[in-house]
Design a protein around this ligand. Structure first.
Ligand SMILES: O=C(O)CCC(=O)C(=O)O
Length: 292
């Protein structure tokens, strides 16, 4: 399915690149054409209506914590991964929207590969926070040029579940142990350094009030979390697309959710450089798509 346009509404500025390098996160206001938000609405609705495609994270949180799900709970946190592999609308968003060029500019990359996409919907009244975590521990990758682009489909603020980022944490050199995303319990069999204790009032935490058309991009090593959706009427729908650039290698991480192109099913092994591959295709090259 061809997408609307690969051109962002404006270039990524030098100040935004510097902020991303310094803080490990940057808010890019008004950069994504509205047609792309419209493009995502129906596919996101279809994804969250299908329990094979998305996980009910509210139910998962109850299962992991051992506290039975409250039947009066209204809001649900629904999350899925790798939609692009089976849904052409997600594939065109991840591969032909302005996002790959935005990632290329921020990562100062010669080429950009698609790694993964995620649907992240917190319906009004969702009690579950997204636990502090670092994407790198989930990604079967090692290297510096790896990022997540977070694309809101609704206005999002502190009340409705804005993501909070620990500025500068991408420079720690640490790979943190992945957790259940709605519980700080580590994934069984996974490896990595424990997630540090960070209080809500830590001055390094930054949250952005965002609008559809904005994109927030964080480095894969940046620690981040998100609040519940305390609104009784406003949805918090978001799609994340995760990219990597040149200089990145595959590293199959024990205990992290598996990818089909890694053993035992696939041919990609730890230590292999990331090259064009159906599981991690090239989606942008500087010579043909540069925004600066
Ligand atoms: O949307 C959320 O609640 C969390 C987002 C996140 O952790 C991510 O996209 O990496």
């Amino acid at each position: 399915m061809p997408g609307p346009t690969a051109h962002p509404l404006r270039p990524v500025t030098a100040d935004e690149v510097a902020a991303f390098e310094r803080d490990g996160v940057v808010h890019l206001p008004a950069i994504l054409p509205a047609v792309w938000i419209d493009h995502l609405v129906d596919p996101v609705e279809a994804a969250i209506a299908d329990p094979v495609v998305t996980t009910d994270m509210t139910a998962l949180q109850a299962a992991v914590s051992g506290i039975p799900l409250d039947p009066d709970k209204t809001g649900r946190f629904l999350s899925g991964v790798d939609h692009w592999l089976h849904d052409p609308a997600f594939a065109s968003f991840a591969t032909t929207s302005p996002l790959p060029a935005i990632a290329g500019a921020l990562l100062d990359a010669e080429r950009i590969h698609l790694y993964e996409d995620s649907v992240l919907v917190k319906e009004p009244g969702t009690a579950e926070a997204t636990t502090l975590h670092q994407d790198l521990g989930y990604f079967h990758l090692t290297g510096d040029r790896i990022c997540t682009t977070w694309v809101p489909l609704d206005p999002v603020d502190f009340k409705t579940g804005a993501v909070a980022y620990l500025r500068g944490s991408h420079r720690s050199g640490l790979v943190h142990r992945p957790n259940w995303f709605v519980s700080d319990e580590p994934l069984p069999g996974s490896e990595g350094v424990p997630i540090p204790e960070v209080t809500d009032d830590d001055p390094r935490l930054v949250r952005y009030t965002v609008q559809p058309g904005d994109v927030v991009v964080h480095h894969a090593a940046t620690l981040h979390c998100a609040g519940p959706n305390r609104s009784s009427s406003t949805r918090r729908r978001a799609v994340s697309v995760r990219y990597c650039g040149d200089g990145v290698h595959h590293l199959v991480r024990a205990g992290a959710p598996t990818k089909a192109h890694h053993p035992p099913h696939g041919d990609v092994r730890s230590g292999d450089p990331v090259v064009d591959h159906p599981g991690c295709p090239v989606v942008w090259e500087r010579t043909i798509g540069s925004t600066r």
